[in-house]
Design a protein around this ligand. Structure first.
Ligand SMILES: Nc1ncnc2c1ncn2[C@@H]1O[C@H](COP(=O)(O)OP(=O)(O)O)[C@@H](O)[C@H]1O
Ligand SMILES: [Mg+2]
Length: 624
């Protein structure tokens, strides 16, 4: 296994040091009224994405203001140098005329300068560091908010999305939010303040000269706007391409076995190279535009200096302006143009942030199809009665999957759903979990429409073994006890016994503590299914759903599991989807699904006696 990406002990030590050994309580943090997640609900939908992001960062505004003080402080202190130089020039000219050297003054100037520089370093620290506290804390919170949203979105949302794209939204786009908080906002506020300050200073020294030096300003502002128009689509494209790249890599990594087995390496490499190359070229292009813009702005700024040297020099020669004033003016001007340049660069930061922000809100503003109603009830101590009333459902328009499904499962009954692949068996059970809502009809549990129940309470009453088993990185015991906090070892082993999983678990090197998943041993399909059944059994809910839960285990084990599950019925309602019809002989009701409708229903003997589709299928199956 590759060790490169793992935390070494040294890294862990460093991390512990950073975290300060404090146990973080994220729950409390999330629940604060000002937390980004809670702010989100109050934000007006019509706003620009960047503005919405700033509003979401409300809990950090105080810190941002402190960092603004730092940046403004540093810039105001920068005004000290020109003032000192201006006075120094005065002193030097005086001593030239009088022949007296005032060394005390020189010492004073030096001390003032040293103090100013020390103070400036402090302010810079404040400005740079404090703004990043706000920025990265916010970016981290934003990632969690986006993740939280993913968990709330219904399956329909994920249906046509690529995992890599969604990952990119959560990780890359929210990291970009830091640019907005750490740079754009403090820079904007502080530089505007500095510009106003310098304007007051230079206009008091010489209004005429000050007015003339303002000539390049409109040009600078115009180029900034022009630049941001050019560069905005590039940044947006850059974000999208990064998402695509992420998605493609994610797809290919999960399909690596297929790529290698079908010998498609060259084709995939070609596809990937194109994406990589495109991404690189977009960035080259963005830098090309930026590289024209920034020197251009610098050029315009230097025109200001030329004006002062020319006109200021002329005024000084004519005696209309003192030499120290010209020197001071030049230096103030340097301070004036710098924030202007920063502001124009700000256009770029805002564009980057906007590109990220608008993608973030594509996720955050997405409506989840399945939601709690405002007055949703909590389903408590459920009996386990399930009823489908005239339910019709389709994933996509024009392609109905289920039509007018009616059935009722009394508490403690076992219902079997059978039928050919793709007929809608999995869809039926997805509807009970409310992964989707049906377009027509109602599904009731204990006589209440499930739409009127809170999702959380509904799902807490159902345990499901999905057709595609998913196990998490962790030990076998952790996986079995996934939804049960504080399950005892005895309970875990009991559930494993029912699922016929105890035998193979005990043969594993670490028994119940064996690591599985990406970081541990791989399990066979049948072993995974049995763990998944144990997980559902341990949860001990009134409703148990098994979707082809034993399709990958051998016939004998399947019958054993079936027996164990039958022992559980009576205490809970079981819906079982089975492909081997012999395993459902004892079901209270068998529903035979064909072309989206229930074609036959009844007990095993009844269906066999009908001599219809079920009987035909069964004969063929037993002959196999
Ligand atoms: N997420 C989905 N989006 C679109 N169509 C789907 C989706 N899931 C299933 N289907 C389609 O719905 C039909 C029923 O699927 P499913 O309920 O999984 O069948 P079964 O479990 O009986 O094999 C199939 O035609 C399948 O292609
Ligand atoms: Mg299925």
């Amino acid at each position: 296994m590759n060790q490169d990406n793992k935390r070494t002990p040294e890294m862990q030590e460093l991390l512990d040091k950073i975290l300060g050994g404090k146990k973080q309580n994220y729950q409390d943090k999330r629940n604060k009224p000002n937390s980004p997640g809670n702010q989100l609900n109050k934000i007006n939908q019509g706003l620009n994405a960047t503005v919405k992001l700033v509003l979401m960062a409300k809990s950090h505004w105080r810190i941002i203001i402190i960092s603004v003080f730092g940046i403004v402080g540093a810039s105001l202190i920068a005004l000290v140098t020109p003032t000192v130089v201006r006075s120094l020039t005065e002193t030097l000219i005086e001593s030239d005329e009088t022949g007296i050297i005032n060394s005390n003054l020189l010492i004073l100037y030096s001390v003032v300068l040293i103090a100013a520089y020390i103070l400036r370093a402090g302010c810079r620290w404040l400005g740079m560091f404090v703004s990043h506290i706000a920025a990265w804390t916010f970016a981290g919170e934003l990632m969690a908010v986006i993740y939280e949203k993913f968990q709330k979105l219904s399956m329909r949302y994920f249906q046509n999305k690529q995992t890599g794209q969604l990952m990119s939204h959560m990780i890359n786009d929210s990291s970009q939010a830091h640019v907005l908080i750490a740079h754009a906002i403090p820079d904007l506020i502080s530089n505007v303040i500095v510009i106003i300050g310098v304007l007051i200073l230079i206009f008091t020294i010489n209004p005429v000269l000050a007015a003339v030096t303002m000539i390049p300003v409109p040009l600078i502002i115009w180029s900034g706007t022009f630049f941001s128009k050019k560069v905005a689509p590039l940044f947006k494209l850059d974000r999208v391409m990064l998402g695509e790249l992420n998605a493609a890599v994610q797809d290919n990594l999960s399909g690596m076995k297929e790529i290698q087995a079908f010998g498609q390496e060259n084709r995939e490499l070609d596809k990937m190279s194109v994406l990589c190359d495109q991404y690189a070229r977009i960035n080259v292009r963005a830098n090309y535009v930026a590289a024209i813009f920034h020197p251009g702005i610098e050029f315009l700024i230097s025109m200001g200096t030329v004006i002062v040297v020319g006109i200021g020099g002329y005024l000084a020669m004519g005696g209309d302006m003192s030499v120290p004033d010209v020197v001071g003016f030049l230096m103030y001007l340097g301070i004036f143009y710098q924030p202007l340049a920063v502001l124009s660069r700000l256009f770029e930061d805002v564009q980057i942030a906007y590109a990220g922000a608008s993608r973030i809100f594509e996720v955050l503003d997405a409506e989840s199809e399945v939601q709690d109603m405002p007055d949703a009830k909590v389903l408590e101590s459920c009996e386990g009665e399930i009823e489908f009333e005239d339910v019709s459902f389709k994933y996509i328009e024009e392609e109905p999957v289920l039509e007018n499904i009616n059935f009722k499962a009394k508490p403690g009954e076992m219902i079997a759903v059978v039928g050919p692949t793709g007929v809608g068996k999995t869809t039926i059970v997805s509807l009970i979990e409310r992964f989707y809502d049906p377009q027509k009809g109602r599904i009731k549990i204990d006589g209440v429409d499930i739409k009127e129940l809170t999702l959380e309470s509904l799902r807490s009453q159902i345990s499901m073994v999905l057709q595609d088993v998913f196990l998490f990185n962790g030990t076998i015991a952790e996986n079995i006890a996934y939804s049960i906090k504080g399950a005892t070892q005895e309970q875990i082993e009991e559930a494993a016994r029912i699922a016929c999983a105890d035998e193979f678990i005990n043969q594993m090197p670490g028994g119940y503590n064996t690591l599985i998943g990406e970081r541990g041993v791989r399990l066979s399909g049948g072993q995974k299914q049995r763990l998944s059944i144990a997980r559902a059994v341990l949860r001990n809910t009134p409703i148990l759903i098994l979707d082809e839960a034993t399709s990958s285990v051998d016939m004998e084990t399947e019958l054993q599991i079936q027996q164990a599950i039958e022992n559980l019925t009576g205490s809970r309602t079981v819906i079982v989807i089975a492909h081997r019809l012999s395993t459902i002989i004892s079901a209270d009701q068998i529903l035979l699904l064909d072309k989206g409708t229930i074609k036959e229903r009844g007990r095993y003997e009844e269906l066999m006696a009908q001599n219809g589709i079920f009987a035909r299928l069964n004969k063929r199956k037993t002959r196999d």
